[in-house]
Design a protein around this ligand. Structure first.
Ligand code: ZN
Ligand code: ZN
Ligand code: FE
Length: 759
């Protein structure tokens, strides 16, 4: 049989540049004795291979089944072209045409091969804290412009030494075109500073830093996307001191542990958690603590049955974790209260000097600040709670192409904006709450940067309807200045659309959106919504009964206010509340009566607050959602099967539920039992309303969205009941269920609107 010989042209689209793709292709083709070439072109990689047909088939198989770890394919096309009789395989220079469709890779945790070299005393990068390669290291955080080349990164100031240069230009080297390539001779160096910014002249800054941490000091550490505050997680007094200096009362701190084995000693790890923890994004994963584990200071995550745990993801972390032995370290964003994370050296001294005793920093500048990502496994699936390092700015596919570039601005809390271009959404890293001027400035700065990096001039701005959101104000300002078109999107419509979009759906569905607050079409505060619709329109089918929210935003920090509102509404005596003074009661009752500074709300988040306060869980909270979380933790300790009453009419009547909770409370039923029954009731309520909507409309696909669904217990119970009832249920997997996912929904809605207009 004659050997078949052919030549094929292959184009691969997706995240294929700056991820070691061309050397990978070169290696593969050479191994299979194929001739031809590979080159980058316009957002794709173009390959021609020539050789035995079987080898070309093997090439295609291997390309698709075993690509470089960081590559992400959107599409592959291949066709047979005339044979040219080529004899070798080359990497060609990038084609001259402008790269219209750039993708930028997220930062990647140190890979296994680099790690091996880091701890190999014979390697020339032994112990070098900035080791990286084509498959790992900084990306988004060092990029200043495109195309992604060393000159346009914060590594530009470091000239390569001959040894690094040789690796950089060798297609067979695993550091071929690794832009942040460096070594001890030519690359960035660590330095140790005291709290006033004076440099310590020590031989080994990292060892000195580790010693200080082990002796109970609080350190600031410059990592990949910003500064962390670091201390020994076992030491109660140090962690308490960190809380005091950082002005952070109870919000949990994340910890970093040396390896999986250490994580397993502290927490329960299922296969999904293990996979997340060790993935190349290396996020913080919320893990259930082991009951028998008491080596972590209680101040790390007070009363919290879960711990946020991550593994080392830069060489600095690996070296540090080794230097502190088995000790887990608190690793929390370097900032005070709600301000953005510090990422520049000069501001580190100013803003962290009062918190940290010493700083371990280095001279590789961070251009883009990027916080750690946080995920949680619910029903064996990973749900992002914060999407940042390791994920942003990887594209998410859009079910509807943007006819023109669209910028969606998100909400106010957990700010994330989204840039839409063709069929891709580029979501920013989590930018925090836009309550502070500094956060708003960072928000605007990142928008400029993303528009530059993705070479996208936004033609249309999508925003929330809330007039007081900083993101709305930005949209109005910018639209006026640049004469751009505006599309306002109702908050909960955006939540539903975000869930639709991330699952690639484009159909009418039932949307159950439970969150803290969103501006409603009638001016009330919505947050317990049963919606029906698609990207184009949405209809409010039902919602939790309106009650007053006494004090407006203050009610979110003082759950007892909502407790009074719900008790009064249900005809119960608010004097059952402990910790509420006669005067507080009178003031709030007046507010409710007169409707003064007490808007109507259907918020499910505030209903959680109310029940938590009735159970005496939290009088005052120090972070958003705290009372609801405490209620969830309590419910998780009970095995009770009971539930309370509710009534469905035009709205969902919560009064019978509140009366039942009150009665149980007065009869001395355990708080955990009541909390459990409350969760069961909400799940049953969700299923019942969805059934009613299905009866009227025949639709049986349900989106669960909104921050309340970060509650793993409620999310899994609601899902289970709905699925038992024959519903198809979708939850968030790519973007957070909270307002961090809003911009994706706004983007999809705006894209659809514009697409409908232009035939
Ligand atoms: Zn590497
Ligand atoms: Zn070097
Ligand atoms: Fe929301």
């Amino acid at each position: 049989m004659a050997t078949a010989w052919q030549r094929r042209a292959i184009t691969v689209w997706g995240v294929v540049q700056g991820v070691g793709f061309r050397p990978f292709i070169h290696g593969l083709a050479t191994r299979l004795r194929l001739a031809g070439f590979v080159r980058n072109q316009a957002g794709a990689v173009y390959i021609e291979v020539e050789g035995e047909t079987a080898s070309i088939q093997a090439f295609l198989d291997e390309l698709q089944s075993n690509p470089p770890v960081l590559a992400h394919f959107e599409d592959i096309k291949s066709q047979i072209i005339p044979v040219e009789g080529a004899v070798d395989f080359r990497i060609e220079k990038s084609s001259a045409d402008a790269p219209e469709h750039v993708f930028i890779a997220p930062d990647v945790a140190t890979c296994d091969e680099c790690l091996e070299e880091l701890f190999d005393s014979t390697n020339r990068r032994f112990g070098y804290p900035f080791i990286n390669c084509t498959n790992c290291g900084p990306r988004l955080t060092i990029i200043q412009g495109i195309p992604y080349d060393r000159e346009r990164t914060t590594m530009a100031a470091f000239g390569m030494c001959p040894a690094c240069r040789a690796e950089y230009v060798d297609p067979n080297d695993r550091r071929f075109h690794a832009q942040p390539i460096a070594c001890i001779e030519c690359g960035p160096q660590l330095k140790l500073l005291d709290a006033r910014g004076q440099r310590h002249n020590c031989h080994d800054p990292l060892a000195a830093f580790a010693d200080a941490i082990l002796s109970g000091r609080i350190g600031a550490l410059k990592g990949l996307g910003g500064f962390h505050l670091v201390c020994d997680a076992r030491c109660e007094t140090t962690v308490a001191e960190l809380r005091r200096r950082k002005h952070r009362d109870e919000k949990p701190f994340a910890i970093m542990v040396r390896d999986v084995a250490t994580a397993q000693v502290l927490c329960e790890l299922g296969p999904e958690e293990l996979q997340l923890l060790t993935s190349s994004a290396r996020p913080i994963v919320l893990l259930r603590r082991r009951k028998d584990c008491c080596s972590i200071a209680s101040a790390v995550a007070p009363e919290n049955p879960r711990l946020g745990v991550m593994l080392p993801y830069t060489p600095i972390h690996h070296l540090l974790m080794r230097a502190v032995g088995d000790s887990p370290l608190v690793m929390t964003s370097g900032n005070t209260a709600q301000e953005p994370m510090v990422y520049q050296d000069d501001e580190a001294i100013v803003r962290l000097g009062d918190i940290a005793d010493l700083l371990l920093t280095h001279n590789r500048p961070i251009h883009v600040a990027c916080d750690d990502s946080v995920l949680q496994v619910v029903n064996h699936e990973a749900v992002p709670l914060r999407r940042a390092r390791g994920f942003a700015p990887a594209p998410l596919p859009l079910p509807i192409a943007c006819p023109r570039p669209i910028l969606a601005l998100g909400g106010q809390l957990k700010s994330v904006f989204a840039l839409g271009r063709d069929k891709h959404a580029f979501l920013s890293q989590h930018l925090g709450d836009l309550d502070h001027l500094a956060a708003v400035r960072a928000f605007e700065q990142n928008i400029r940067l993303y528009e530059e990096l993705f070479e996208t001039k936004s033609a249309l701005l999508a925003h929330d309807l809330h007039p007081d959101y900083a993101s709305t104000a930005y949209a109005l300002r910018r639209a006026a200045r640049e004469s751009l078109e505006l599309i306002g999107v109702q908050h909960h419509h955006a939540h539903v659309a975000s869930c639709l979009a991330e699952h690639g759906l484009n159909e009418s569905v039932i949307g159950v959106v439970f969150d803290g607050a969103g501006y409603g079409a009638d001016g009330a505060i919505w947050g317990g919504e049963f919606l029906l619709g698609d990207y184009v329109q949405i209809c409010r089918m039902s919602h939790l009964r309106y009650v007053r929210q006494p004090g407006g935003d203050a009610a979110a920090r003082e759950p007892w206010r909502m407790a009074i509102a719900h008790l009064v509404d249900a005809g119960c005596d608010p004097r059952v509340l402990a910790d509420v003074t006669q005067q507080q009661l009178q003031v709030v009752e007046k507010m409710i009566e007169r409707g003064f500074n007490a808007p109507h709300t259907s918020s499910a988040g505030r209903l959680f607050d109310a029940v938590a306060a009735i159970l005496g869980l939290s009088h005052r909270t120090s972070y958003e959602g705290q009372a609801a979380m405490q209620l969830q933790w309590l419910a998780e300790t009970s095995r009770d099967e009971g539930a309370y009453a509710f009534e469905l009419s035009d709205t969902v009547d919560t009064r019978p539920l509140i009366r039942d909770v009150c009665r149980d409370r007065q009869q001395g039923v355990e708080a955990a039992t009541i909390a459990r029954r409350f969760h069961h009731t909400l799940a049953a309520m969700i299923a019942a309303v969805c059934q009613e909507i299905r009866r009227q409309t025949n639709l049986s696909t349900v989106m669960l969205s909104g921050g309340v669904f970060m509650n793993a217990l409620l999310a899994s119970q609601a899902r289970e009941r709905l699925e038992r009832g024959g519903f198809r249920v979708y939850q968030h997997r790519q973007v957070p269920p909270n307002d961090g996912g809003l911009s994706l929904g706004q983007l999809a809605i705006a894209a659809k609107q514009v697409a409908l207009r232009s035939p």
